[in-house]
Design a protein around this ligand. Structure first.
Ligand SMILES: O=P(O)(O)OC[C@H]1O[C@H](OP(=O)(O)OP(=O)(O)O)[C@H](O)[C@@H]1O
Ligand SMILES: O=c1cc[nH]c(=O)[nH]1
Ligand SMILES: [Mg+2]
Length: 228
């Protein structure tokens, strides 16, 4: 069963397919992912349920995002025989954009509990929708790692572009972004500023409203997750 669609040039043409040399945008269309997405979109879903569904959805998205991680072959001694096994070739770093990105960490971290967590504090200015960086705590080991940038929302793309810039400045060379809801504007901004960053998402929505919120979207992800 084909559960994913690889989308390129989605913002301009809606055409599907992978363009060689470019990192793809992957829309995860797995039925379970789409059910969790519908639940967190619903305005009457309370915070405790929003958290539960976002955790599950983030885990499904990470499952797809980690599909092509390089492995190293190892030798394993079973109770019966020596055999071949595998382990990840490189360390993992999860980089949630505060606050809402933290809401994806609970679902993902149990799949890779040895990962390092880098914190990137960025909030949008409510008047201008421009990103304002207010905190960063990045590990020194970024250059050796596969880095997963986490944020449920890719709206104008300002926050994600700034986060990827900070991560690269600190040494990251392999970044994959996992976001729940994206839109053509945010995808275009990332493609322009960071064409090397693959994006895994559960939806490409229609666009932004006059306050730069994704429509139909799910509202303010941070407020809904934290109940503020
Ligand atoms: O693509 P953009 O236009 O930059 O918008 C997306 C950003 O906006 C939200 O964060 P917000 O500023 O609401 O901060 P919060 O997570 O603390 O609520 C969201 O979690 C993204 O970080
Ligand atoms: O739709 C949006 C846009 C930015 N941030 C959110 O939380 N939601
Ligand atoms: Mg918010």
């Amino acid at each position: 069963m084909n559960v994913t669609a690889v989308v390129e040039n989605f913002a301009s043409t809606g055409k599907r397919g992978r363009v060689s040399g470019m990192q793809p945008v992957v829309v995860v269309q797995h039925p379970l992912a789409q059910c969790h997405l519908a639940a967190i979109r619903a305005a009457d879903t309370p915070s405790h349920e929003f958290r539960r569904h976002l955790n599950h959805l983030a885990r499904l998205l990470f499952f797809e995002a980690s599909r092509e991680l390089p492995m190293r072959e190892i030798s394993v001694q079973t109770p019966l025989k020596q055999t071949q096994g595998a382990q990840l070739a490189r360390p993992l770093v999860f980089a949630p954009i505060l606050r809402a990105g933290l809401g994806m960490l609970d679902g993902i971290l149990p799949l890779a509990p040895e990962a390092v967590v880098a914190h990137v504090g960025i909030r949008r200015n409510e008047e201008t929708a421009l990103p304002q960086a207010y905190y960063a705590n990045l590990p020194a080991s970024l250059s050796a790692a596969d880095v997963f940038l986490l944020d449920p929302m890719l709206a104008t793309g300002g926050s994600a572009c700034e986060a990827a810039r900070q991560l690269k400045e600190a040494g990251a060379v392999r970044i994959t972004m996992i976001c729940v809801v994206s839109c053509p504007e945010g995808l275009a901004a990332m493609k322009l500023a960071h064409p090397d960053v693959a994006i895994i998402t559960a939806a490409v929505d229609a666009g932004l409203n006059d306050r730069c919120y994704i429509v139909p979207g799910l509202g303010d992800a941070g407020d809904r997750y934290f109940g503020t």
